[in-house]
Design a protein around this ligand. Structure first.
Ligand SMILES: *[C@@H]1O[C@H](CO)[C@@H](O)[C@H](O)[C@H]1NC(C)=O
Ligand SMILES: *[C@@H]1O[C@H](CO)[C@@H](O)[C@H](O)[C@H]1NC(C)=O
Ligand SMILES: *[C@@H]1O[C@H](CO)[C@@H](O)[C@H](O)[C@H]1NC(C)=O
Ligand SMILES: [Ca+2]
Ligand SMILES: [Ca+2]
Length: 320
């Protein structure tokens, strides 16, 4: 089951390592401390309960300094672990190699044999590896979005912020005989200013074969392109009080879109493997590799967030 949280946006790129450069170029993430004596897993859950947030994964001294500006006392969990490969610590969200380390002397020492999670344990911000199950630390959470806003996430789990306006391809069938496409309309929020534009999703158009469903706020319109009225309904829609769930199946894959108007949040998931690596659009290619998610329609890797986002804009004025 792959997931996505949508409202706004973020990014990076890639193939070898270029996205790391972009991470460094971006403004600092926003940090937040959740206090309480938690084990590492609980800290992770508490951070991720906030849309767009995760356990902090400091990637530079500047980020470490920003985290330490919130330090009061005690221990603080970070999103760094070697639980899946003893001795090799990585960022937990994407399992990528650390590009910044801040170990205390003689750490990591795996002293108790199972010290697989990393904590900040001293005022100077130095790290220690410790048992993930110890209920002993506060959580430091980070949000990569602009001003702590939630952002987009690709099917493969890469978060990014992109403030597009208008209609964009969220994801579509990129096989030779495409069968579906899902587009979304972004519009500036009320609190946007010309210098700081923040957009959000306001409408969704799901087209499967010759049938479509348009969600605009909480209004749903369905219809057919081309006029043929032969096929059975391929898009199913369940309208609840505060959210709309929409499903469609193509090959052996069922896509589920869950739209919550109040939060302008669209949660997309799918089950089935046929489309792994065969999707494209703002949610990436779903091949399990976060590093190649920022491909443009021509297959090339975008040079930055805007280049990526804008490449998926609907150019012809199909609809407005
Ligand atoms: C859709 O979202 C609503 C509200 O966020 C939630 O209660 C519901 O369980 C979700 N449905 C699915 C299928 O995820
Ligand atoms: C779905 O399709 C893919 C590709 O054709 C295939 O590898 C996979 O086994 C299928 N899965 C199921 C559950 O049928
Ligand atoms: C929805 O998208 C389809 C496919 O791109 C397009 O043909 C159709 O005009 C759109 N529907 C509306 C009402 O905008
Ligand atoms: Ca240790
Ligand atoms: Ca990918």
């Amino acid at each position: 089951m792959l997931r996505l949280l949508l409202i706004l946006v973020v990014t990076s790129l890639t193939i070898a390592a270029p996205h790391e450069v972009l991470v460094e170029n971006r403004a600092l993430p926003t940090y937040k401390v959740i206090t309480g004596l938690m084990d590492w897993y609980e800290a992770k859950v508490r951070c991720e309960a906030m849309s767009g947030w995760q356990l902090a994964q400091p990637k530079s001294q500047a980020q470490m300094d920003a985290i330490m500006s919130l330090y009061v006392a005690g221990f603080y969990w970070l999103g760094i672990t070697d639980k899946n490969h003893e001795g090799t610590f990585t960022y937990y969200s994407n399992d990528e190699a650390l590009n910044f380390i801040h170990w205390d002397v003689n750490e990591p020492n795996n002293e108790l044999g199972n010290e697989n999670c990393v904590e900040v344990w001293k005022l100077n911000g130095l790290w220690n590896d410790v048992d993930c199950m110890l209920k002993r630390a506060n959580a430091i959470c980070e949000c990569d979005g602009v001003n702590g806003e939630p952002h987009m996430r690709t099917f493969d789990g890469r978060p990014y912020t992109f403030q597009g306006e208008g209609w964009y391809y969220l994801f579509k069938d990129c096989t030779e005989n495409p069968h579906f496409e899902v587009t979304t309309k972004f519009e500036p929020r009320e609190d946007s200013t010309p210098d700081n534009v923040k957009t959000r999703t306001i409408a969704i158009n799901v087209t499967v074969g010759n049938q479509y469903a348009i969600i605009d706020g909480l209004d749903v319109t369905t219809g057919r392109t081309g006029g043929q009225v032969t096929d059975a309904k391929v898009i199913t829609i369940q309208e609840e009080e505060k959210n709309i769930e929409l499903h469609f199946t193509s090959k052996n894959t069922t896509f589920t879109l869950n739209w919550t108007l109040r939060k302008h949040e669209l949660d997309v998931s799918y089950s089935g493997s046929f489309y792994n690596g065969k999707l494209c659009g703002l949610m990436g290619n779903a091949d399990g590799d976060t590093r190649n998610d920022f491909q443009k329609p021509d297959g090339s890797i975008a040079k930055d967030v805007n280049d990526f986002g804008e490449s998926w804009k609907l150019t012809e004025k199909k609809y407005d």
